[in-house]
Write a protein that binds this ligand. Sequence first.
Ligand SMILES: [Zn+2]
Ligand SMILES: [Zn+2]
Length: 359
Amino acid sequence: MKIKYGSTFLGMILVAGLSGCGGSSSSTITTETSADTTSTDTTTVSTVVSTADATEGPNPNLFVSGALVEDATTEDCVLSGGTKTTCYRISVKGVPANHAVGPFCPPTITSTATEGGIWLDGSGETYDVDGNFIVNLPTLYSDASWQLYDPATGKVKITDTQVACEAAAQPNVAAEYQNYCVECSLDYVNGGISETVLIPKTPVPLATPATLNGNVGISLTGVTFALAAPVDAILSAYTIAAFDDCGGHVNPNVGYHYHAATGCTESAIQEDGHATLLGYAMDGYGIYANKNPTGNDDTDLDQCRGHTDAIRGFHYHAAPAGDNAFIGCFHGEQGTSASAAAAGAPPAGGVPPTGLPPQ
Ligand SMILES: [Zn+2]
Ligand SMILES: [Zn+2]
């Protein structure tokens, strides 16, 4: 995987992480540059979260500058388990505040990894969607019917119009768009679709963890963490709904959303060296990076991919990108999501709406 960051972000200072606690807690702004041999500019800007600020539950001050439509507010709410409490109302822009969107599909069968994004099918593998990947699909999936490019020209068949995107970026792929690399432009969704969530200010644990449904959560970069991409449906239609190197892609229903944590959403570094904070699950618990900075996996994660420590309380660690998941289940009562309500879904925690999920 070759992560690229747009050069426009070079040197950008994100003023986030202002302490809401006053007194002795403080947050400093720092710039972290990661080495990458394949791209020109690789600067990300991160906030260091002091130990005092790294509490259990959401901290709206930690969102990346530009990630939110407006400042978070608080209001009364009812969680999925019936608990009446106070929630943060948080509206994310639906466009990543700290990285570019795309590329997704490579233009030709000789394209390099920098010209395309990634693919993940839940096997644990994360594939570069480059020209070789397109050519090797019949081998990868042991099915000679894969033909995602024009053999005469080497051009990859890409859904490059809004009509094609709308017909193909859904599990019921229209027949004429089988054997396509599927991508949609943010232009088709007016530059992005914002999402408003109510998540508990103080998370409320469940006696029994809940199955994931609706949104998994929201990132500090202003994007939703989606449920697993329906890769079986995508692959059975001989399509690749390519993700960009940040694990996101666009569909006409929800705009840009993430399906995997690839590192781009890591912005809130933990002062004590714990894995960085990526965002918050719908139950209000933090979702942290897969690995701690030392490269070590946590070995004590529960079925939801969560554990508890003295500083952060209960929190999740994102699954490896190739798993097509962020977390395993909800440890706490969920808040509510505007898009789920608009889609006719029952209140959070209820039965997911019938029909196929969007990609
Ligand atoms: Zn942890
Ligand atoms: Zn998707």
